[in-house]
Design a protein around this ligand. Sequence first.
Ligand code: ZN
Ligand code: ZN
Length: 248
Amino acid sequence: MSSEVAARRDAKKLVRSPSGLRMVPEHRAYGSPFGLEEPPWVPDKECPRCMQCDTKFDFLTRKHHCRRCGKCFCDKCCGQKVALRRMCFVDPVRQCAGCAPVSRREADFYDRQLKLLLSGATFLVTFGNSEKPDTMVCRLSSNQRFLLLDGDGDDHREIEVARIAAVQMLTEGLPPGGRLGHPYLVPTPGGNARATGMTLQYTAPGAEGLAQLTLMASEDADGSRRQATAWLAAMHKAAKLLHESRDQ
Ligand SMILES: [Zn+2]
Ligand SMILES: [Zn+2]
């Protein structure tokens, strides 16, 4: 694909929705896999009272819709304006007490982890059950839609982020009962910062079943290992965001 075509695909446009200004992808199909659709608003006639504190709406107590969940609240219950990057809002938007903390945590992802994912890190990469790992740089593409893996020479692979089915963090240690395929990896619950590897399961276009990829932080220089560990933690958080948006 020429870079010109790629740039056209990733083009964005400014649109005005009832909730505020949004910078959305020109082509919906090429949007970020982390994106969320705007929710339908609960119709005014269906909410005579605040859905949180039950105060009746009138001339003095006006109703406001939470931009994240679309439900209807009074100003007191829906007064926080928080960034909502996943819905492409340019400015912080009004959100209810339930949604605001979720959006704040996601803002942290966009401000810190996403940058790490885009800058990439070096890993020992194993595809499927192949014996010998390759040293590759893994990073998220600038449109956030692909994991790009680059090794020696022309060795280049891409995995579509939307096709990632599961990720599992791995840490070095003795496997319980040796049940796992790899002798020195055990899964860690949650996003353990000490994790040194990750298994990604994904569907490859045209292939049946799940393909698997293992990334391990290499033992090289201390700095690159730290970078790799931080990248893994960021990818774990990214996977959680993807998982949540699929559930909605
Ligand atoms: Zn209220
Ligand atoms: Zn809400």
